[in-house]
Design a protein around this ligand. Structure first.
Ligand code: NAD
Ligand code: UFG
Length: 343
């Protein structure tokens, strides 16, 4: 495969893994990122893994000129739009901040893409658009009823993309709804580097295993699940990255425009205790935990139907929970402070 792709938010957790997959598949990659929640060292690591350089533009997706310059200079024929904010609780405290980065940022991007006649886009959406599951597994037809501003911002963008496509059906748009991305590149050179106390389970478990925190708080063991703890669809970030390649390939090969939402998950749910046990096995470390009250807003169980991804993209996640934990542990133990102080 060849061609030039602009990855917004490409210095972040998922973006770096997408950049590696794109470069290894033969694409020329440019990254636009304001490093709001990332460290440019991550892109040095991408270059190290792939043995190839990539163009970097430090800038904000809310800035029209930055975007049109980036599109023109890169010669991109497609954009993978990962830039955005993602912390649910922060979005409740600062909703306008989330609408600004996530909704306004995408609006500006679409304007610049239309102006530059670049009409192929893959958008980082989220399973959060479904809200509380009314049935499982979650298919793409499940009602969309997010329960927080972060989720609302993702759904607003999906609606905006559908409207853009209705007005101009030559657009080729893939809205990929990620379930719970975890793990790291097998090299141990790139991975998730949360700033401050991690909200998400896997990075917290990894930091307990490395000794940065004494104990994991498990938010509730009285759910209607096999062991009482919450069940989620964890998907390896390198599998997720491959899903973007498959989507890009499909959009490029298609003779007509598209605007399609597709789940990226494994279809299998694991409980918090399953994750703790797998992580202990992968790391050889113990992960002490204590049971705490439920976290407000959490649901008991959430997992994807991955059938549409298989049918439309020929994509299926390959890696199991042990591989996810093994790679997360390699990243954590090789980089105990993430990219901070890294060379
Ligand atoms: P991340 O924070 O690691 O990466 C996002 C990147 O976007 C960062 O490098 C950040 O600096 C950049 N960014 C943010 N606002 C920007 C702006 N206005 N202009 C330019 N760059 C900006 O997050 P991630 O986990 O890699 O997530 C990537 C995307 O996937 C996000 O849109 C997120 O909402 C979505 N997503 C993530 C998850 C998850 O659990 N990680 C789940 C579902 C969806
Ligand atoms: N959990 C703990 N202790 C922790 C952290 C999490 O017990 O310290 C539990 C949660 O209660 C839940 C499970 O681990 O049962 C997973 O929690 P995460 O915070 O890792 O993930 P969520 O499923 O809550 O949320 C993630 C993303 C959201 C996205 C959502 C939808 O963080 O942005 O998936 O797929 F909206």
């Amino acid at each position: 495969m060849s061609g030039s792709v602009l990855v917004t938010g490409g210095a972040g957790y998922i973006g770096t893994h997408i950049c590696v997959a794109l470069i290894e598949a033969g694409f020329t990659v440019s990254v636009l990122d304001n490093y709001y929640n990332s460290n440019p060292v991550s892109l040095d690591r991408v270059a190290h893994i792939t043995g190839q350089s990539l163009a970097r533009i430090q800038g904000d997706v809310r800035d029209h000129k930055t975007l049109s310059d980036a599109l023109q200079q890169s010669g991109a024929t497609a954009v993978i739009h990962c830039a955005g904010l993602k912390a649910v609780s922060e979005s409740v405290q600062e909703p306008l901040h989330y609408y600004d980065h996530n909704v306004v940022g995408t609006l500006r991007l679409l304007e610049a893409m239309a102006q530059c006649q670049v009409k192929t886009l893959i958008f980082s959406s989220s399973a959060t658009v479904y809200g509380n599951p009314q049935f499982l597994p979650l298919t793409e037809e499940h009602p969309l009823a997010p329960t927080n501003p972060y989720g609302h911002s993702k759904l607003m963008v999906e609606k905006m993309l559908r409207d853009v496509f209705t007005a101009d059906p030559s657009w080729r748009i893939g809205m990929l709804r990620y379930f719970n991305p975890v793990g790291a590149h097998p090299s141990g050179l790139i991975g998730e580097d949360p700033q401050g106390l991690p909200n998400n389970l896997l990075p917290f478990v990894a930091q307990v295993a490395i000794g940065r925190h004494p104990v994991l708080n498990i938010w509730g063991d009285d759910y209607d699940t096999p062991d009482g703890t919450g069940v989620r669809d964890y998907v390896h970030v390198t599998d997720l990255a491959k899903g973007h390649l498959c989507a890009l390939q499909q959009l490029a090969a298609s003779k007509t425009g598209h605007c399609t939402a597709i789940n990226l998950g494994t279809g299998t749910g694991y409980s918090v205790l399953d994750v703790v046990r797998a992580f202990e096995q992968a790391s050889g470390q113990s992960v002490p935990y204590r049971i705490m009250p439920r976290r407000p807003g959490d649901v008991a169980t959430c997992f994807a139907s991955p059938q549409l991804a298989q049918q439309l993209l020929g994509w299926q996640a390959q890696q199991d929970l042990l591989a996810m934990c093994t790679d997360a542990w390699r990243w954590q133990s090789d980089n105990p402070q993430g990219y901070t102080n890294a060379l």
